[in-house]
Design a binder for this molecule. Structure first.
Ligand SMILES: Cc1cc2nc3c(=O)[nH]c(=O)nc-3n(C[C@H](O)[C@H](O)[C@H](O)COP(=O)(O)OP(=O)(O)OC[C@H]3O[C@@H](n4cnc5c(N)ncnc54)[C@H](O)[C@@H]3O)c2cc1C
Length: 434
């Protein structure tokens, strides 16, 4: 038997989605004093590396690696006007990152980066990645790589997916002053594989960090820096990092591990904890079952954990339900569908055009550019190019004409488009109040 709907909630903005785009949108809206409700299932944030990419590889088939993202974004705007980034000014993109990283800094997870440049840092497989903002626990790794300074990379025996030797072997030709060491951790002496999350949670206890420091110290020799997998706590990462550096007497940097990475868990837990404190009414781990526009122009949104339990009515809706992974889009025999409102999806005209023959074709695959077409205010458009509803918005990876995986722009695209959409929502709500 169906339960009676137990709750009715009214708000100005309903954000659907709990990934990076939805969470950033709820944050930006709360900062503007907009009464906001956010609902979503667990986002892909849990799987993220914690690095905030903006624009790391060019959108075209030349696939040039980008050091100066804002210059490259200006060129993108000239060459690809449909790209969601092209609907934003550099000011908006900067403000989005500034607000997000300030929020995280205040929550105890500070980020670092150059004002205009991408930083380079090493990954757990020994490749070099360009990204825009880096957790401060990883920043010494950017400096170490720049200086090619003597550096020790340490792994923990039993921790899967992270081999100091592999990193050093891959990077040594370009960085000869690298050395590798493996350590055991008695605190984590269970049999079988070790998990970064367990070790990280253990690190919040002082004895565990002391043990880690003591295991690393005999391997240091001439090393000026020490790199370790991202295991330095979940909640008090700043304190764990500071302590470990003091104990070791060298700058220490974390290297992101394979997903689900500790750095993604830190982000997710920070958002889960802090967003309600900003005044956002959060329905995390809730599915949105339907969104219907009422005769008065407001939306009625039904959501719940296993069945519709709550109805939210909202002046505006922002759809941040992601692409295929987030399940905002579904691929079917007949084509690609938007899952919640059946909005028109910009997509190749038939399935045979979804993919190119070669998986690694430098031009990418047409299916990865599919998504929701929007206007300059991030309102979805129908096939005639008209706004579907003047109070419906979309942001993040669900948007058409971008391939964030190829262009290394996951977080950048999510937060910048969320910022653009919330700015437009704020203007429209202010007008409707007059
Ligand atoms: C493995 C992995 C590694 C990554 N690494 C990086 C990185 O190194 N750097 C970087 O910048 N970015 C990275 N990203 C990208 C980034 O984390 C985001 O996935 C991306 O920016 C897209 O965000 P989004 O919010 O648009 O979509 P998603 O993250 O897909 O979020 C969509 C949200 O909508 C929810 N949703 C969908 N339908 C419903 C419904 N009916 N009811 C309720 N909720 C619903 C989903 O559950 C999810 O919460 C990575 C992503 C993955 C998956």
């Amino acid at each position: 038997m169906k339960k009676d709907k137990s709750e009715a909630v009214s708000c100005r903005l309903m954000v659907v989605g709990a990934g990076m785009a939805g969470t950033a949108a709820a944050l930006f809206a709360a900062r503007r004093g907009i009464a906001t409700v956010q609902a979503g299932l667990t986002g892909e944030t849990l799987y993220a590396s914690g690095l905030f990419d903006l624009y790391g590889v060019t959108h075209d088939s030349t696939r040039v690696l980008i050091d100066e993202p804002f210059l490259a974004l200006k060129r993108l705007k000239q060459n690809v006007p449909d790209h969601p980034f092209s609907r934003l000014s550099i000011r908006q993109i900067r403000s989005a990152f500034e607000l997000l990283t300030r929020f995280l800094g205040e929550a105890g997870h500070p980020y670092a980066g150059y004002p205009d440049k991408n930083a380079r840092l090493i990954t757990s497989v020994g490749t070099i990645k360009r990204t825009f903002r880096v957790p401060t626990t990883m920043w010494a790794g950017v400096r170490a790589l720049e200086e090619k300074a003597p550096c020790l990379i340490v792994d923990v025996r039993g921790l899967r997916g992270f081999s100091a030797l592999q990193i050093v072997d891959t990077l040594k030709p370009a960085w000869p002053a690298l050395a590798a060491a493996s350590i055991d951790m008695r605190q984590e002496n269970r049999l079988g594989p070790k998990y970064a999350e367990h070790i990280a949670r253990g690190m919040e206890v002082e004895a565990a960090r002391r043990e880690l420091a003591e295991s690393i110290r005999p391997h240091i020799y001439q090393a000026k820096y020490v790199g370790i997998p991202a295991i330095l706590g979940i909640h008090d990462t700043k304190g764990v990092h500071r302590d470990l550096q003091q104990m070791i007497g060298r700058p220490v940097f974390e290297i992101p591990t394979m997903p689900p990475a500790v750095s993604g868990i830190r982000l997710k837990e920070t958002f889960d904890r802090r967003m309600p404190q900003l005044g956002v009414k959060c329905y995390y781990h809730h599915r949105v079952y339907s969104i219907n526009r009422q005769t008065d122009g407001r939306f009625a949104i039904e959501l719940g954990k296993t069945e519709p339990e709550t109805t939210v009515t909202a002046d505006c809706v922002l759809l941040a339900t992601g692409r295929f992974l987030g399940k905002g889009l579904v691929a079917q025999r007949q084509g690609i569908r938007e899952a919640l409102m059946d909005l028109p999806v910009c997509q190749p005209h038939d399935r045979s055009c979804w993919h190119r023959e070669q998986f690694l074709d430098p031009r990418g695959h047409a299916i990865n550019l599919a998504g929701i077409e929007v206007d300059d205010r991030f309102r979805p458009l129908n096939q005639d190019g008209r706004v579907v509803y003047d109070n419906l918005y979309a942001a993040g990876s669900i948007l058409a004409h971008q391939d964030w995986i190829r262009t290394k722009s996951g977080t950048g695209l999510a937060v910048a488009t969320a910022y653009g959409a919330v700015e437009a929502i704020d203007r429209s709500l202010a007008c409707s109040q007059r």
